[in-house]
Design a protein around this ligand. Structure first.
Ligand SMILES: [Fe+2]
Length: 339
């Protein structure tokens, strides 16, 4: 009799569907308002309750490691294939075979054994001061090392994951010798020693400190959407042009926002259901718009700010290479004294 009363109380406390379908625990380094709709739509469609923990990627990764076999984490969502690769090397993910995900997500944007999947992409583009730079001079990443751009180029520090992934791609396409020469030239062309994040590089174009900067597309799209303080002035964004480099070569370097099922996921089936949901048309739109990124599924439109940057050919390098070459990439930067 007591058991029945307890069960009845539980039904009152939780919606019936949610109780039947269970839950999924998501550790996410994403924090975008549009993601709320993503989660609530999933809950409505499946009855699975979404529990979230949001923090910086490294904090979440350390937390899952510390929790070990008892971790409640079912899914880790974060950015950059280099970071996903590193988390995978630490044993955080498990393999997953899903026709749904394999059909909808391009092969180069996911781990070959389904340890992680990309759900949106960002391009690492070249931004420039229209008053100072002829875009014809900066049509390739290689061109940024040309001595004629001395004192003009701004980047982040070489230990930043985006810089490592870019160098990892250069290493893959050009080999070590060319990569090193490129790093040397790029360093020699710096307008200042590296400081700040991508938005700071764009701000430095607006303030006149840098003529050219390398940054991910979503930072500029955010500025166009008036979300970035100091860059929300139309005069600032109008002053900045964008080049998608290597259009006649390997294509522009892209990376992903993505995730996978955690090794000891207590709710594995629900985790798979959630990842498959992220690849649906409706979820793709919210997921990509949340951070002004490009959807990975064909025929889904990006946000208007992202679309306004123009079309481009993306590098189709398997992104797992970015992880594999990460240590070699740092070595190249170190060898030329790139801070
Ligand atoms: Fe970022």
């Amino acid at each position: 009799m007591r058991v029945l009363v307890a069960a009845a109380a539980a039904v009152i406390a939780f919606p019936l569907a949610a109780q039947a379908a269970g839950e999924v625990n998501i550790y996410s380094s994403r924090h975008y308002d549009t993601d709320e709709r993503l989660y609530s739509d999933f809950e409505e469609a499946t009855g699975i309750t979404v529990n979230r923990i949001e923090d910086k990627a490294n904090v979440l990764i350390e937390r899952i490691k510390a929790e070990g076999e008892n971790s409640p984490a079912d899914i880790l969502l974060t950015v950059d294939a280099g970071r996903l690769y590193q988390a995978d090397q630490d044993g955080l993910f498990q393999p997953l075979s899903s026709d749904e995900l394999e059909d909808r997500i391009p092969e180069n944007l996911r781990h070959p054994d389904g340890h992680w999947f990309g759900f949106s992409t960002r391009a690492r583009a070249i931004f420039y001061d229209k008053a100072k730079v002829d875009p014809a001079d900066i049509q390739t990443y290689a061109s940024l090392a040309d001595p004629k751009l001395k004192g003009m180029v701004c980047t982040r520090t070489s230990s930043n994951i985006y810089m490592l992934s870019l160098m990892a791609a250069v290493l893959e396409h050009k080999g070590e010798e060319d990569a090193k020469a490129w790093a040397e030239g790029l360093w020699a062309n710096r307008a200042r020693d590296p400081e700040g994040g991508d938005t700071d590089q764009l701000r430095a174009i607006a303030s006149g400190q840098c003529a050219i900067a390398v940054a991910n597309t979503y930072y500029f799209a955010r500025a166009l959407s008036k979300d970035v303080r100091d860059l929300a002035n139309p005069d600032d964004t109008d002053r900045i042009g964008v080049v998608f480099p290597d259009q006649d070569g390997n294509g522009t370097h892209v990376n992903i926002s993505g995730g996978g099922v955690v090794a000891n996921a207590p709710n594995r089936d629900n985790a798979i259901a959630f990842l498959e949901y992220l690849a649906t048309d409706a979820a793709q739109k919210y997921f990509a718009d949340g951070n002004n990124e490009y959807p990975v599924v064909d025929d889904i439109e990006a946000s208007s700010a992202v679309e306004s940057l123009g079309e481009f050919e993306a590098d189709d390098l398997p992104l797992v290479k970015l992880g594999e070459n990460q240590a070699a990439a740092q070595k190249v930067y170190n060898e030329v004294g790139y801070q």
